[in-house]
Design a protein around this ligand. Structure first.
Ligand SMILES: [Zn+2]
Length: 288
């Protein structure tokens, strides 16, 4: 079974304006249109059973509407294989009640994006969200490290994650992009003895540049395969979850990348889907 734990879709009309805007910001090219139908076609091509959509609330006023549309996405899960987590913004005043609603809606967890939300991961506003999520048994998946769309802006480093988990209860935390995009040495050094999960999205291989000459050749490579393999073995393979960041990564390309890594077949199966299934129980949901 293959589960892509890190994807993004937008309502059709929004996709048409949002994707070009994000392409310009990041100087990278999207692999897809950002529409759900396009993600389904891509899953079919890549042999991906389920994709998990991660919605980002860039302002508190978006939270309710996004959680409603996440629940609507999940109503079609039987046909689409696309499952959406919920969202939260650290400045959302009624976070306690809204997180309870997220749990009631069966969204299983939330996505945080400290860079887009402008709040540090060890800020008290984030900590209270993590605490409440832990209390409700919600998973928290957060962007981590730098963001290709915001050069130089860091609101979530491995050191901040360490400080945060020292303060909150036993929250199930997934750090995107192998623990910290372009902070990989720090992630390797500081996160090994924690219980956090890491998703593999947007980490291996190269940036997918827009072709506007913004990036030099030296800026394109991301994490080295040696470091990826070293982390899998020092952290433990059960802590890694396959993700693509689709549409910013190609699902076909990312599955191929996993197939080419020097993993055992058990390790590969765990990363590609076994670990995520243990966390999310998506097959059970589909069987219902
Ligand atoms: Zn993402």
């Amino acid at each position: 079974m293959v589960i892509d734990i890190h994807t993004h879709t937008f309502p059709d009309a929004l996709a048409e304006t949002t994707i070009p805007k994000l392409e310009q910001m990041s100087h990278t090219k999207s692999f897809l249109s950002g529409k759900g139908s396009d993600l389904m076609a891509s899953m079919q091509k890549a042999g991906i059973d389920y994709s998990v959509v991660l919605p980002v609330a860039t302002a508190p006023k978006q939270v309710l509407r996004i959680n409603d549309s996440s629940a609507a996405i999940n109503e079609k899960f039987q046909e689409t294989g696309i499952f959406s987590l919920g969202c939260m913004h650290p400045d959302f005043a009624d976070y306690k009640q809204e997180l309870a609603r997220v749990a009631e809606l069966g969204l299983k967890g939330i996505k945080l994006h400290p860079v887009y939300q402008g709040v540090d991961f060890d800020d008290i506003r984030t900590l209270r969200v993590l605490d409440r999520a832990a209390e409700l048994g919600l998973i928290v998946l957060t962007h981590s490290g730098l963001d290709v769309g915001f050069p130089g802006v860091v609101h979530v480093t491995p050191a901040m994650v360490r400080r945060a988990i020292a303060q909150v209860g036993s929250v199930t935390l997934i750090l995107a992009h192998m623990g910290g995009w372009r902070c990989w040495d720090e992630a390797e050094e500081l996160l090994c003895d924690t219980k956090v999960y890491l998703d593999t999205s947007y980490s291996l291989g190269m940036l997918h540049p827009l072709g506007d000459g913004f990036y030099s050749k030296e800026q394109l490579p991301m994490m080295q395969e040696e470091q990826f393999m070293r982390m899998v073995h020092s952290f433990g393979v059960e802590r890694f979850l396959f993700g693509t960041d689709s549409p910013w990564g190609g699902q076909v390309e990312c599955v191929r990348q996993m197939e080419q890594l020097p993993l055992t077949s058990e390790e590969r199966a765990a990363i590609l889907g076994g670990n995520a299934e243990r966390l999310l129980h998506l097959s059970e949901l589909r069987g219902m």
